[in-house]
Design a protein around this ligand. Sequence first.
Ligand SMILES: *Cc1c(COP(=O)(O)O)cnc(C)c1O
Length: 361
Amino acid sequence: MKKLLFTPGPLTTSRTVKEAMLEDVGSRDHSFVEAVKNVRNGLLRLAHVPKEEGYECVIIQGSGTFGVESVVSSVVGKNDHLLILANGAYGERIVKMANIHQLNHSVVRFEEDEIVSPEAAEKFLQSNPKTTHVACIHSETTTGLFNPVKEIGAICKKFSKVFIVDAMSSFGGVEMDMKEMNIDFLVSSSNKCIEGVPGFSFALCKKAELAKAKGQARSLSLDLYDQWNGLETNGQFRFTPPTLSIMAFQQAMKELEEEGGIKARRQRYQSNKKILDEGMAALGFKQYLRSEIQGHIITSFLYPDKRNFNFSDFYNALNEKGFVIYPGKLSKADAFRIGNIGQIFPDDVKALIAAIKEYLQ
Ligand SMILES: *Cc1c(COP(=O)(O)O)cnc(C)c1O
């Protein structure tokens, strides 16, 4: 049975993206080496920072977390100090990384239903001049809010701090200009808004900052500089590459372009989101976030309070009809999440709403 994934990844992919994985390809095969090159250059273009302008794309095997950990554990040096701005589970994940790698770090926390405050970040940087790096999540997938990374980037620039952004669930679904936003390291992965299959993450890096990471990684496999150096010197990965996932991703990037680029994709996701919002509201569901800070990637809905609602029963009923939703991850409220990224179209969202209505009846 064909299932539609209303999740933040892995997500529904096109048949043609899956078909791009039907032929085995060796890691030294010309078509694969070309695909790696196309993907790396194409990603920089999507972020408006071509190689000629001093930016580099490093592909890291594994899921999105591997990419974030590679950046965090490679670019924050022994004498550096990282500030983590956290308002959800993914911000806390970076805190965990900082602890494990024993990085000098501080955390400024915000409520899960509040965005990171640029003013609070500025105040912290004013009174803590030892800070060298700042890390923040763009689309906090825990709730679905969008943090004001552009404003935080401006503050990082003002105080000359290196800015690391986990834009995992938003890159490709929102227009982002890395230079304009003053982002030095932006991380995302193959199975989010570019709509590829899982297998790797990528870090878009300001080359001058990437160069400083030479020799200071805390692990071999996640050494960002070494990984980049390997790709640059002979176009090869240091260790087994996710060959088919990259072939699929190359196709996914082509389809993104055919759709009309990031702008058109954002519009489709926003159309999906509008139908979801209206349909769920009509069924009596309340959202966790206030609409001003809610992004268009994923939405958290509170459990309905009157009926004796059982999430796992709800999940299973929808799953049997071919709709896969996502559990909640909030620390203070019972909620479930519905994403609208991937090969999901307005009619699919309407069909999901109809299935939810039928379940409630
Ligand atoms: C998906 C996601 C990640 C990475 O999660 P993986 O399970 O490692 O792919 C990191 N940050 C955010 C905000 C995400 O949405």
